[in-house]
Design a protein around this ligand. Structure first.
Ligand code: HEC
Ligand code: HEC
Length: 349
């Protein structure tokens, strides 16, 4: 590097350091290096193996809203992941078949295709694999087996036709795997760009002063150690109660999948996109308020309790992550009518 440039760079670096570290007032100046850990949302999360055709997405949308994929013919994916309510149902744990409660909170489906794995414990690799779970889960949609699902779908000519169009290369397109692939294709475009994305793309005015201060608080206390990237999470496992044991240790977390003691209380770090709208919080859904969730994180993950002002400041930033729901994309389609061959709803256990 030339001498002249060094002379020039040193004072700039010093000024930045002073601006970052020494000011007593909370700063609205955001250091560009801090932003490097974050990224704007993409327009979707393409599948590596298969193209997201319109036919596949349209079929996926129908299936997402389809209550006949449940034993009672009353519960669809949308019952627990309401698309007009940020992909959640607002319950600590959801009501499944005949009102049965599961033991974990329903996470949002928005942006979930961008997570490195699915579920709180990562037991499904991607949204296509995930979608095979709830339909056969006895406390969720409770279908007895995949054959029964196929019987329902094949009894409805409009579905048979839609599967043919979505999977033109398949000789027998109405399969359980293809059902999950279509739902996954639909989910891959459930994206919610927010003001935070505008800011990251260079629009300084997209965030308020309070939100910029909030971002600095978020990164100064260390939340970004786990909540970074485009989703501010969704890209690693971490122990809940990393620094101080978490009071509710009844759910083994990732250890439920791996059967390894070292994985006890390890959970996927959730994304913080739309977090203002997706309570109650944590895998057990036991924390109703966002300020309490943030305080828990500071106490159990970082070991440094925050002042009320700091919590409020972080929440101001978190609210800038609330994005736009894609209203046209999620519009509930008209579902085809049952025929005389369609099995009847079954309300037994
Ligand atoms: C009865 C409520 C219920 C129904 C119905 C339901 N889910 Fe879920 N969903 C949950 C719960 C609870 C979890 C978390 C379970 C876990 O992590 O062990 C979950 C997890 C997910 C996830 C993972 C999100 C993440 O952040 O890891 C996706 C994606 C998802 N569901 C999509 C669907 C789809 C698609 C359907 C329909 C085929 C569906 N769900 C039906 C309750 C439900
Ligand atoms: C060491 C990693 C780590 C750090 C640091 C961390 N978190 Fe978390 N965060 C997690 C994990 C893991 C979970 C999921 C816990 C669970 O529910 O089992 C979580 C959950 C959350 C939730 C609830 C999300 C939901 O959908 O229910 C919020 C809100 C949150 N974190 C915010 C923060 C904030 C704000 C900070 C900084 C004060 C922070 N986190 C620091 C790992 C971390």
């Amino acid at each position: 590097m030339q001498k002249g440039r060094i002379l020039c760079v040193v004072p700039i670096a010093l000024t930045l350091l002073i601006a970052l570290g020494c000011g007593k007032q909370p700063s609205t100046a955001i250091h560009p290096v801090k932003l490097k850990m974050f990224a704007p949302l993409p327009e979707g999360y393409p599948a590596q193996a298969a193209a997201l055709t319109e036919e596949k997405i349209n079929l996926g949308r129908m299936l997402y809203y389809e209550p006949r994929l449940s034993k009672s013919q009353k519960i669809s994916c949308n019952s627990c992941h309401g698309l007009s309510t940020y992909g959640v149902d607002g319950e600590p744990t959801s009501n499944g078949h005949k009102g049965q409660k599961g033991d974990r909170n329903s996470p949002t489906v928005y942006n979930s295709a961008g997570h490195f794995v699915q579920f709180w414990d990562g037991r499904a690799a991607n949204v296509e694999e995930q979608a095979k779970g709830p339909v056969l889960n006895p406390v969720e949609m409770a279908m007895p087996n995949d054959r029964q699902v196929i019987t329902v779908l094949k009894s409805i000519p409009e579905y048979v036709d839609a599967f043919k169009k979505a999977f033109p290369e398949d000789r027998d397109p109405v399969t359980y795997d293809n059902m999950a692939k279509a739902i996954g294709a639909f989910e891959r475009k459930l994206v919610t760009p927010a003001r935070w994305d505008k800011f990251l793309k260079g629009d300084q005015a997209a965030l308020t002063e309070e939100e910029k201060i909030g971002f600095n608080t978020f990164t100064t206390v260390g939340c970004q150690a786990c909540h970074a990237g485009a989703l501010l999470g969704g890209n690693l496992y971490q122990k809940l109660g990393l620094v101080k044991p978490y009071p509710d240790a009844s759910d083994p977390g990732r250890a439920k999948v791996t059967k390894k003691d070292a994985d006890r209380m390890l959970f996927k770090v959730p994304a913080l996109r739309n977090i203002e709208k997706t309570g109650p919080y944590f895998h057990n859904g036991k924390v109703a308020a966002l300020d309490q969730a943030v305080a828990h994180m500071a106490e159990y993950q970082l070991g440094k309790p925050l002042s009320e002002t700091e919590v409020r400041s972080i929440i101001a930033f978190l609210k800038s992550l609330t994005g736009d729901i894609p209203v046209d994309y999620i519009k509930e389609p008209a579902l085809p009518k049952s025929t005389s061959k369609t099995p009847k709803p079954d309300l037994t256990d």
